[in-house]
Design a protein around this ligand. Structure first.
Ligand SMILES: C[S@@+](CC[C@H](N)C(=O)[O-])C[C@H]1O[C@@H](n2cnc3c(N)ncnc32)[C@H](O)[C@@H]1O
Length: 366
């Protein structure tokens, strides 16, 4: 890739181009970056590049001639001409990816009051780096160059930018390094577990939670909700967001208290929390099944026995289909065993009831 930068202040780029990753990318020929002094393209004998605005007003305006001539000289069929302006499209990571695929970029940096409006006609794209006004386009050109160069093949480990914020519209997961405990702040256990599957799951979940907490505008699907507890203050935050994969539940009880948030649906995205909620739901339902089962031990009601057997069989199927993936393995095995015992006992009981009935019938007929 080649980047040409048109600027009135080429020296501003000296430090930027001679340090760290950008320096290495240039040295290893991944990118060529040239700065050009706009003044060098001026036809004026005093190398004038700007003038006062027509109609009056403050500041100086960059003239068309030096810019048009510079672009004409540098451009080819493969070039994209990028104009730095606070009135352009707000820059983002997607644009960085798109620009990193181009062979040749020419950046035009305005300065002072700005540039002659007719310069816009030679730009393929106008970019703003945010809703604020800088003295010139040099810092925006450096920012854009930096964001593009790190995406070029072989400049940095591709894994590092594949997980960056804004890829897949999510913010990056939290990172930790040594020591494990710093001033009482611990590294999450999962990161020390060596279990790569669990670590990946944790990171994906943290990406979702962070995005929903800090930038819910990035996630763009159906409506959903997130409730989180702030570690330090214990404050509960309730966030409406656009839906992503998770476990949706509809709480049955409407808690009508000022200090409790009433909701009719919620989507849980943290696996450990899903496991807890499912455990509560399953244990509650199992308690009800057991109550019915114990009651039936005191009667020989065939219909109620058959009904409960049907309920237990269906519930076992429901758990396998809907909950098994989220449940703690031990809990799942225990519940499966308990349900199997109930099913076996009810089958035996039904058989006995039928046998008694048949015996009674044959006794009567004799
Ligand atoms: C002082 S600014 C001119 C601003 C202009 N009067 C306006 O309000 O649109 C001078 C130059 O800095 C650059 N610049 C300033 N803020 C920028 C931003 N947020 N994004 C990209 N370029 C910017 C542009 O090249 C601009 O022509």
């Amino acid at each position: 890739m080649k980047i040409d930068i048109l600027t009135l202040f080429p020296k501003m780029f000296d430090g930027f181009l001679s340090e760290s990753i950008i320096k290495r990318a240039i040295e290893s020929n991944k990118v060529t970056v040239n700065t050009h002094n706009i003044r060098d393209f001026s036809n004026d004998k005093h190398k004038k590049v700007d003038d006062t605005p027509y109609g009056g007003g403050a500041g100086m305006v960059l003239m068309c001639q030096p810019i048009f001539d510079a672009v004409e000289k540098l451009k080819s069929d493969k070039s994209r001409i990028v104009l730095m302006t606070p009135q352009g499209i707000t820059y983002n990571q997607k644009m960085a990816y798109n620009l990193s695929k181009k062979e040749h970029l020419i950046f035009i940096c305005g300065h002072y009051e700005g540039f002659d409006e007719r310069i816009r006609s030679i730009a393929d794209i106008e970019i703003s780096i945010g809703d604020f006004v800088l003295t010139g386009g040099e810092l925006p050109a450096m920012i854009i160059t930096d964001s593009i160069v790190r995406l070029l093949d072989g400049v940095i480990d591709s894994e590092s930018h594949e997980n960056d914020s804004f890829v897949d519209n999510l913010l990056d997961y939290p990172a930790y390094t040594k020591p494990r405990n710093f001033k009482g702040m611990e590294v999450p256990d999962v990161l020390l577990s060596g279990n790569h599957k669990e670590i990946e799951k944790w990171r994906q979940t943290e990406k979702m939670i962070r995005t929903l907490q800090r930038r819910p505008d990035l996630v763009n699907h159906k409506k959903g909700y997130l409730i989180t507890k702030e570690n330090k203050t214990n404050e509960v935050a309730y966030i409406e967001f656009d839906k992503i994969n998770g476990f949706e539940i509809s709480p049955k009880n409407d808690a009508r208290r000022d200090d409790i948030i009433s909701i009719n649906k919620m989507l849980i995205v943290k696996p450990s929390f899903i496991t807890k909620v499912i455990k509560l739901k399953v244990d509650n339902r199992m308690k009800k099944l057991y109550d019915k089962f114990n009651y039936l031990l005191t009667t020989d009601d065939e219909d109620s026995t058959a009904h409960l057997l049907d309920e237990a069989v269906r519930y076992r199927g429901f758990i396998i289909k809907n909950y098994a993936d989220f449940m703690d393995k031990k809990h799942f095995n225990l519940i499966s065993k308990k349900l199997q015992i109930i099913i076996n006992e009810l089958n035996i009981k039904l058989r006995l009831i039928n046998e008694i009935k048949e015996n009674e019938l044959s006794g009567k007929s004799r």
